[in-house]
Design a protein around this ligand. Structure first.
Ligand SMILES: NC(=O)c1ccc[n+]([C@@H]2O[C@H](COP(=O)([O-])OP(=O)(O)OC[C@H]3O[C@@H](n4cnc5c(N)ncnc54)[C@H](O)[C@@H]3O)[C@@H](O)[C@H]2O)c1
Ligand SMILES: CC(C)C[C@H](N)C(=O)O
Length: 364
């Protein structure tokens, strides 16, 4: 991989390699764009097949956070970290503290939080070395685990997508096929069940499936069967790229709306589902509840204010659907336009009035 060529292609600002032999830390912090503010994005811990895969994941996820934060109306840029390692075996307190010192060295250009493979306890360890971390324990006046709030935002987003597809946002009597009933999706299922939706669930973890069957009377199907079930809404809540050449022909749902990041295997798949008339809620818009919640900590966390802001995911998606209809483009393109317009408007005013952080007039 030609790293500078890759960085240039999407105009990445910075890539930081962090190594600490004592603790075994091998981390990559990618900062994509700080036009709107400091880069905020989670830390993923994962066993990558190669260093190139880890670098690519960090870069791809960091760019996703730029768009997610911009579309959510946050004054924050996009960044992400990947730690190379097995979250079940390779964690130790020194590793997260060493990582915290690297974050501190960036002096606020990057702020972290949870992502796949990391927990509130890990954030607390990072917090021993730096204040540039969110999603730490509520004892510190912080917001804690972002997953339940992400779930609330996804639930609101499913309602917005149902409104677009069915002209009514009630989910009573609607059948939702949920792929992956982990941290986010379990809470999302609680909201759906409460509203009277029928749930069909799958997971590679049998206990997770059983929990949903017991709690919500959900119907369980095998991991490969979820795409073809008779349902109104398909909610991908496991890993990415599940909307692809194999799955699209099987889908019966009129709506795709779930929490997973990077749901489209490629943009071409976003075009295909658009042509088929499926309403797709772009992933980074519908799953922005977690980042909206942790970002509120930067103002002194207020749960009521954070939840009110998370509710605006409904309006953001409604706007995306409007742009999609107005410009006759797929919804993933409409979401990108919404985010890019926001970044462009700020970068224009910055280049007009500011130079190196100082008003140009102060240089006279
Ligand atoms: N946690 C958050 O606040 C948050 C915020 C934004 C986006 N997301 C995204 O939402 C998704 C879920 O996050 P989470 O925190 O709930 O993770 P999680 O690990 O708690 O849940 C994921 C679930 O998916 C299951 N799974 C994995 N592969 C599967 C497969 N092939 N078929 C069926 N099930 C499978 C896992 O067993 C697990 O139960 C991820 O893509 C994550 O990046 C999470
Ligand atoms: C900042 C975090 C809460 C980000 C979250 N992991 C996401 O992908 O949106």
């Amino acid at each position: 991989m030609e790293i500078f060529t890759y960085m240039e292609s999407y105009d990445y600002e910075q890539l930081v390699f962090c190594q600490d032999k004592n603790s075994g830390l091998k981390a990559i912090i990618a900062i994509h764009d700080t036009t709107l503010g400091p880069a905020l994005g989670g830390t993923r811990m994962w066993t990558y097949d190669s260093e190139a895969d880890a670098i690519e994941d960090a870069l791809r996820l960091a760019k996703g956070m730029t768009y997610k934060n911009a579309a959510a109306g946050l004054n924050l840029g996009g960044g992400k970290t990947v730690i190379i390692g097995d979250p079940k075996k390779d964690k130790n307190p020194e590793l997260f503290r060493a990582f915290g010192r690297y974050i501190q060295s960036l002096n606020g250009r990057y702020i972290t939080a949870e992502d796949v493979g990391t927990t509130v306890q890990d954030m607390d360890l990072i917090h021993m070395e730096t204040d540039f971390v969110t999603g730490i324990s509520p004892e510190f006046g912080s917001s804690g685990n972002p997953s339940p709030v992400t779930a609330y935002g996804v639930y609101k987003g499913i309602k917005a997508a149902a409104m677009e597809a069915y002209g009514n946002d009630s989910l009573e009597g609607k059948t939702v096929a949920v792929q992956g009933v982990g941290n986010v999706a379990y809470t999302m299922c609680e909201y759906l069940h409460e509203e009277g939706a029928k749930l069909i669930v799958t997971d590679i973890n049998k206990e997770a499936v059983q929990r949903a069957v017991n709690a919500f009377g959900a119907e369980a199907v095998g991991p490969d069967e979820i795409y073809a079930v008779d349902c109104d809404i398909y909610a991908p809540c496991a890993l990415g790229a599940t909307i692809n050449d194999d799955t699209i022909p099987q889908l019966k749902a009129k709506v795709i709306a779930g929490s997973a990041n990077n749901q489209l295997k490629s943009t071409e798949h976003g075009d295909i589902i658009h042509e088929k008339g499926i309403v797709y809620a772009p992933d980074y818009v519908i799953n922005s509840g977690g980042v909206i919640n942790v970002a509120d900590e930067l103002n002194g966390y207020n749960q009521h204010r954070a939840m009110k802001k998370v509710e605006t995911i409904y309006d953001s998606l409604t706007r995306v659907f409007e742009i999609s209809r107005r410009d006759n483009v797929p919804t993933y393109v409409a979401a990108d336009r919404m985010a890019e317009e926001r970044i462009k408007s700020v970068s224009t005013s910055r280049s007009q009035f500011l130079l190196n952080g100082h008003h140009t007039l102060s240089r006279r």
